[in-house]
Write a protein that binds this ligand. Structure first.
Ligand code: SAH
Length: 259
């Protein structure tokens, strides 16, 4: 799949191509990220990408002209590659909050053009003409759309086949079945004195069921941990899982014991 990113700060993307899961995704060509530095699409000597807002007020607005030129170049490049004309996503606090189902749908799609805003945002006329979807990371304001774009690319990249070392690992992540993830433990099985002093308040031993070797009991314990964690922290997710028919009879019985 392919992402075309329109940005004023392409250098922010390079570090992610060098580490971890995103690096593997780029190396395997599972995700092809093409950066389109907006300043390359200016024609004046000052390479202006922004100007004052009409009507007055603070801040600057991203100009339609360089944006339109960048998008034309992307369209030409997509056509030359024989690919489809990808939808344009704008990152904006006014967008729909990003969710795992949206990430999964995008991961199975041919990709998108990602438009990173800066300053006060971009001229509304460009949005009206070309933006297919607006996505928000949450109810707070960032200084630019680059972190949202990286967030989306990261979330989508780790779902590409062959990118995570263990293919099953994302199936047990938070949200993949509508619930939060269960707690995880690794060595040592019991904390020694020195570690106990450093981890005050923690139970020194791993929950015994995880050491039992009994797969069905371990699966049941994990499911119940997911249910109680989600119930305590994000009760609306339990409601949604119920509406979508994702809760079994055993799940419902366990939830009753929490009341
Ligand atoms: N004036 C705008 C904020 C502009 S912040 C407002 O009040 O809504 C500059 C850019 O950062 C935005 O154009 C957008 O691309 C990005 N951005 C900021 N907060 C964001 C959020 N919560 N989700 C997604 N993108 C965000």
């Amino acid at each position: 799949m392919r992402f075309d990113v329109i940005t004023l700060f392409p250098e922010l993307f390079a570090p992610f191509a060098r580490v971890g899961v995103t690096r593997r995704a780029f190396e395997h060509k599972a995700v092809d990220v093409r950066l389109w530095p907006l300043r390359d699409f200016t024609e004046d000597t000052y390479r202006r990408v922004d100007d004052r807002p009409f009507g007055g007020g603070p801040g600057m607005v991203m100009l339609v002209e360089p944006l339109a030129r960048a998008l034309s170049a992307i369209r030409a490049d997509q056509r030359a590659a024989g690919g489809p004309c990808l939808p344009v996503i704008l990152f904006s606090p006014a967008g729909k909050p990003l969710t795992q189902p949206r990430v999964e749908a995008l991961a199975a799609s041919p990709g998108a053009v990602l438009l990173c805003g800066r300053y006060e945002g971009i001229d509304q006329r460009f949005i009206d003409a070309h933006v297919d979807e607006e996505i928000s990371l949450g109810d707070y304001v960032l200084s630019g759309g680059e972190l949202p774009a990286l967030t989306l690319i990261d979330a989508v990249a780790r779902l590409q086949p062959g990118v995570l070392r263990d293919a099953a690992s994302h199936q047990q992540d938070s949200f993949s079945d509508g619930l939060l993830d269960c707690p995880h433990y690794s060595r040592p099985e019991v904390l020694d004195e020195a570690l106990r002093a450093q981890l005050p308040g923690a139970d020194p031993a791993v929950p015994p069921v995880l050491m039992s070797g009994h797969h069905a009991q371990i699966a049941l314990w994990r499911r119940q941990q997911q249910l109680s964690m989600t119930w305590a922290r994000r009760p609306e997710l339990i409601e949604a899982a119920r509406r979508e028919g994702r809760l079994s009879k055993a799940d419902e019985q366990f939830l009753k014991t929490l009341l």
